[in-house]
Design a protein around this ligand. Structure first.
Ligand code: 5GP
Length: 193
């Protein structure tokens, strides 16, 4: 499913990817303080909510059946199977924001980002990288939000995701949250795409 066009001026699309545990959520929280004009459409997922997560705020949590029906109906701009769970961005949520000239930030994994690139998306692709693979694995283990099985899957996937950084327009190293968020805000401010 490709992005639907439509005339007139549209907000920009900023894609932020990076392996599990790299600190995307923390950096995004800080980034939104520097760039409060950015809007984040709520994504759909079939994974269960973590403690503290709210349906409709953090994700729209849906059954696998519902997710697959939406996929068949062409409702997703991109989808991915991440760590055994489906994730997807609804076209309607992105289009609505961009048509109202809002800049849209998507936190999506590398599979979803690659789909957008293949569609010829006009997005700015930013990869958030850890200072090193060792730091990433230590952060993943310290998080304690995943079962040992989930952790093993995420560790394997993190290594695969790191290998994808090369094709992104920008790679930002999350050495310090504040610095990384500021660098992304600067990219957003000056990127002509
Ligand atoms: P988490 O379950 O930890 O919130 O997210 C796991 C992974 O799924 C992260 O790498 C995140 O970027 C990715 N993800 C979250 N929402 C979407 C989405 O809508 N599409 C895609 N492709 N990936 C997503």
């Amino acid at each position: 499913m490709s992005e639907t066009g439509g005339g007139g001026s549209r907000g920009r699309l900023i894609v932020l990817s990076g392996p599990s545990g790299v600190g995307k959520d923390t950096v995004i929280r800080r980034l939104l303080e520097f760039a409060p004009e950015l809007r984040r459409p709520v994504a759909f997922t079939t994974r269960l909510p973590r403690p503290g997560e709210q349906d409709g705020r953090d994700y729209s949590f849906v059954s696998e059946e519902k997710f697959l029906a939406m996929t068949r109906a062409g409702e997703f701009l991109e989808t991915a199977l991440v760590h055994g769970h489906h994730y997807g961005t609804a076209c309607s949520r992105v289009d609505e924001l961009r048509r109202s000239e809002r800049d849209v930030l998507l936190k999506i994994d590398v599979q979803g980002a690659a789909q957008l690139r293949q569609q010829g998306s006009d997005a700015t692709f930013i990869f958030l990288a850890p200072p090193s693979q060792e730091v990433l694995l230590a952060r993943l283990t310290a998080r304690h939000t995943e079962s040992p099985r989930e952790l093993a899957i995420r560790t394997r996937d993190a290594k695969r995701e790191l290998a994808e950084a090369g094709w992104y327009h920008h790679v930002v190293v999350n050495d310090r949250v504040d610095r990384a968020a500021r660098e992304i805000a600067e990219i957003v401010a000056r990127d002509p795409r």
